[in-house]
Design a protein around this ligand. Structure first.
Ligand SMILES: Cc1ncc(COP(=O)(O)O)c(C=O)c1O
Length: 446
C-alpha cells in the first residue's frame, strides 16, 4: 500500500493512489500535463462512446446552456427533453414507452424499483415490494441500489444499513454455480427465479432486476439465448415486473441500441446511463412501458419520485447529439465490427497461463485472470492482480477498467475493455499489444 497522503483539497476516491492530471482528450486518447498519452480502452468506466473532445458535442452543450442552463422539470418542459424521449422511444422494445431522465445510474435504478412498487400500489397489490436480483451483480452505490448488488467489497461496511435482498445466481457460465455446462445445464440459473418467487411468496414480489449482458460484475458474460425468454415467462406466470439494467450496456455498447435487443424478450422497465451522453453530461434514464405510466395516470396519480436535476435541458441536448452522432456515423455497426475484430485479436492472449477467459459482445469485453487455468482458481486477493494490472497498463499508456470479487465474493480478477466506438483498427491493434506487454510485466505479481 502507498502510504503517502494525497496533497491538496480533493477528497479522492482512492486515498492511496496518485492520479495523473489530464489536460485534454481527442478521440480515443487522453493527454496528461506531462505530455504522456493514454489510449482509453475502457471509455472511462465504459462511458465514452463517441470519443473525447467532440466539437459538435461541446457546441451543442454551449448552445443549450446559452438558451436555458437549467429548468425545473416540475414546472416546465423543453425541446431537448421532448426530442430525446421521442428518439429513445424509437428503439425501445415496447411501443410508446415513456422515458424519465435523471443524472446517475444508481439513481435511475432506485427510481425504477420505486416505480415498480408504486405500480403495484396503484393496482391495490400492497404487499408487493420485494425485488429479486442476481449474484454477482452491480446496480449502483446508493443504499437501495447497493442492497440489490452482490458486491461484497462495497457492501461489507454498510451491511447494517442495507435492506435484505433475495438474489439468484447470475448466468456466469465460466463459473457456473452448479459447475455444469451449456446447453446440458438447461439454464437452471434462470429457473432459480421461480424458486425465489415461490420462497418469498408471489404476492410479495414486485420485480426482478437484472443486467442484460453482464457489466463489470461478471465481466461482460453473455447469457445463453434461452435465458431471457425463460425469465420473461416466469415474470409473466407470477405477474412480476422485469427491470433490465442497461446502464453499462445501453446506447450501443454491445452493437445494438440496447443489449436486450440481442435476446428474444421484452422488459417492462429499462434503465440507461453512462453512454447516454457519452459522458459529456451526468445523465441516466428509465424507460417504462406505456401501460405502467398509464396505470398511474388512470388513478389520478403521478410518479412519486423527483430530483432537482431530472429532465435536465443541457443533459438532454447532450443525449440528442449522442444518438444523432451514432446514427449519422453508423456507430452501431461499427461497434459490432470493431468489437469482433477486438475479440478475435485478443483470443491469442488465452495462451497465457493466467488468462482464463475472454468474452463479451460488441465493444464490451471482459478478460478474466486466474492463478490456475485448469481449476479456474483465482489469485488470492492480497495479490491485487486486477488492480496491479490496471496500474501497469496505465504506466504503459493504456486505460482498462478492473473488477474484483466475482469468483467467490472476495477473490476474482478481471478487466473490462470497452473503448469508444470510433476506435480505429490500428488503435485496436495497439490495445492488444499493450495488453500483451502488460501481461508480460505481471510475471512478478503471480
Ligand atoms: C450495470 C450498472 N448499473 C448501475 C451502475 C451505477 O451507475 P452510476 O455509477 O452512474 O451510479 C453501474 C455503474 O458502473 C453499472 O455498471
Amino acid at each position: 500500500m502507498d502510504h503517502s497522503y494525497p496533497e491538496g483539497w480533493v477528497f479522492y476516491r482512492n486515498l492511496h493512489h496518485s492520479y495523473p492530471l489530464i489536460t485534454h482528450g481527442r478521440g480515443a486518447y487522453l493527454y496528461d500535463e506531462e505530455g504522456k498519452n493514454y489510449l482509453d480502452a475502457s471509455g472511462g468506466a465504459a462511458v465514452v462512446s463517441l470519443g473525447h473532445g467532440l466539437k459538435e458535442m461541446a457546441e451543442a452543450i454551449y448552445d443549450q446552456a446559452k438558451k436555458t442552463g437549467y429548468l425545473n422539470g416540475m414546472q416546465f418542459t423543453h425541446a431537448p427533453v421532448e426530442t430525446l424521449a421521442k428518439q429513445i422511444s424509437k428503439f425501445l422494445p415496447f411501443p410508446e414507452g415513456k422515458t424519465y431522465f435523471l443524472t446517475s445510474g444508481s439513481e435511475a435504478i432506485e427510481a425504477s424499483i420505486k416505480l415498480a412498487r408504486q405500480y403495484w400500489v396503484e393496482q391495490d397489490q400492497l404487499s408487493r415490494f420485494r425485488v429479486i436480483s442476481r449474484k454477482p451483480s452491480y446496480h449502483g452505490n446508493t443504499l437501495a441500489a447497493l442492497s440489490l448488488s452482490a458486491r461484497e467489497r462495497y457492501r461489507e461496511t454498510f451491511q447494517p444499513m442495507l435492506t435484505e435482498s433475495r438474489m439468484i445466481p447470475a448466468p456466469y457460465c465460466y463459473r457456473c454455480y452448479r459447475k455444469e455446462s451449456y446447453p446440458s445445464c438447461q439454464i437452471k440459473c434462470a429457473w432459480e427465479l421461480e424458486k425465489a418467487i415461490q420462497e418469498l411468496g408471489e404476492e410479495n414480489v414486485s420485480a426482478f432486476l437484472t443486467e442484460a449482458i453482464g457489466g463489470g460484475s461478471i465481466g461482460a458474460a453473455v447469457p445463453p439465448p434461452e435465458y431471457f425468454p425463460i425469465i420473461r415467462k416466469i415474470c409473466d406466470d407470477y405477474g412480476i415486473l422485469l427491470i433490465v439494467d442497461e446502464v453499462m450496456t445501453g446506447i450501443g455498447r454491445t452493437g445494438k441500441w440496447l443489449a436486450s435487443h440481442h435476446f428474444d424478450f421484452v422488459p417492462d422497465i429499462i434503465v440507461m446511463g453512462k453512454g447516454l451522453t457519452s459522458g459529456y453530461f451526468p445523465m441516466s434514464a428509465l424507460a417504462a412501458k406505456k401501460e405502467i405510466v398509464d396505470s398511474l395516470f388512470e388513478r389520478g396519480k403521478s410518479f412519486l419520485h423527483f430530483q432537482t436535476f431530472a429532465h435536465h435541458p443541457v443533459g438532454c441536448a447532450a443525449g440528442m447529439v449522442t444518438l444523432d452522432h451514432i446514427k449519422k456515423h453508423n456507430l452501431l455497426s461499427r461497434c459490432s465490427e470493431m468489437g469482433s475484430l477486438l475479440h478475435k485479436s485478443l483470443l491469442p492472449l488465452l495462451d497465457h497461463p493466467h488468462v482464463g477467459d475472454i468474452r463479451g459482445e460488441g465493444l464490451l469485453i471482459g478478460i478474466e485472470f486466474v492463478q490456475e487455468k485448469d481449476t479456474k482458481k483465482p489469485f488470492p486477493r492480497d495479490k491485487k492482480y486486477a488492480e496491479n494490472f490496471v496500474r501497469k497498463a496505465l504506466k504503459n499508456g493504456l486505460v482498462v477498467w478492473p473488477n474484483i470479487g466475482h469468483a467467490d465474493g472476495e477473490n476474482g480478477d478481471l478487466v473490462l475493455v470497452a473503448p469508444p466506438f470510433i476506435i480505429s483498427q490500428d488503435e485496436i491493434m495497439q490495445i492488444v499489444d499493450l495488453l500483451g506487454k502488460t501481461l508480460e510485466g505481471m510475471k512478478n505479481n503471480t
